[in-house]
Design a protein around this ligand. Structure first.
Ligand SMILES: [Zn+2]
Length: 299
């Protein structure tokens, strides 16, 4: 049972959208790559947890606060225990030396054990304050099979890519969810914080962004209008007009929540690729006129 789903972080969505419409700086590219890699690793780990036998509860991507904020990649409640997983999507070769992690070229990197132990300690204190008495066990998971880690300490609860399948299989298959686990998962889910107050977000302005319609399939700004919708010059993908309009409306709304959605604003955003009248018809059909609803448009 999944008590809390994973969602793509807003910052990552913003970079995905912006990278199609502007040249990202080197710093932005690094941040984008790191967010994308982190998210891919977490999703990869989800596919392992999908294979877990027996009953259990999973909470993905939990943001908690107990004196400090802490993002927890995955929590599993199973067999009377709470498991915390700190997931790393490293690619390449690394080695441990005296509890520090280095790349093969001897560059030391941020110690993921420190991150895991910080998460463990914040979660442990939160569990105490919520009167949850299940034991907490934390693991550091290197999930990507294209990663080799040498000299990993054996006593630090580190799971390497080659150990993943065996690690998942060692959980007993007969487990049932207990009321204590259920109650604990409900309390944890209720303590999830929706928005990290210090979230980083890329900065951009409307005028900096290229107008037009990125291809749904390959993401390139290489589309041109066709009778039924828009077609991509590069990959040949054809997308239906109504779907294109809905897609660029939600993109526009995400990037510029303070701007009004009108047939003219979306017409300009698409660089005139779809007629105002067609945009208006779709807005009429799928969006509420200005009113109570979040997705509204203006004439
Ligand atoms: Zn394309």
């Amino acid at each position: 049972m999944i008590a809390k789903q994973r969602e793509k972080p807003d910052e990552l969505i913003a970079y995905e959208l912006l990278s199609k419409r502007k040249q990202l700086s080197e710093q932005e590219k690094r941040r984008y790559r790191s967010l994308a890699k982190g998210f891919e690793g977490e999703v990869m780990f989800d596919t392992y947890l999908d294979k877990l036998a027996g009953e259990h509860i999973i909470l993905k991507d939990l943001l908690i606060h107990h004196n400090k904020y802490c993002q927890i990649d995955s929590i599993l409640l199973k067999n009377g225990k709470i498991y915390l997983f700190e997931i790393k999507n490293f690619i390449g070769e690394y080695y441990w030396d005296d509890d520090n992690l280095f790349m093969l070229n001897q560059v030391e990197i941020d110690n993921p054990l420190v991150q895991r132990d910080r998460a463990h300690s914040i979660l442990r204190r939160l569990l105490q304050s919520l009167d949850i008495r299940l034991p907490l066990v934390s693991y550091l998971i290197f999930v990507n099979p294209e990663c080799s880690i040498f000299q990993a300490p054996l006593d630090k609860q580190i799971i390497l890519p080659t150990q993943m399948n065996r690690f998942i299989k060692q959980f007993p298959i007969t487990a049932n969810i207990t009321s204590q686990e259920k109650e604990a998962s409900e309390k944890l889910a209720a303590n999830h914080i929706e928005h990290y107050p210090f979230n980083q977000f890329p900065s951009y302005q409307y005028d900096q962004l290229e107008k037009g319609i990125p291809c749904y399939q390959c993401g390139e700004m290489a589309t041109y209008p066709q009778k039924q919708g828009i077609e991509c010059r590069l990959c040949g993908n054809l997308e239906k007009g109504s779907e294109v309009i809905m897609r660029i409306c939600s993109e526009y709304q995400f990037l510029f929540p303070e701007r009004k959605i009108t047939s003219t604003s979306i017409y300009n955003w698409s660089d005139g690729m779809i007629s105002r009248r067609r945009i208006f018809r779709i807005l009429q059909q799928y969006y509420e006129k200005k009113g109570e609803h979040r997705c509204h448009y203006f004439e």
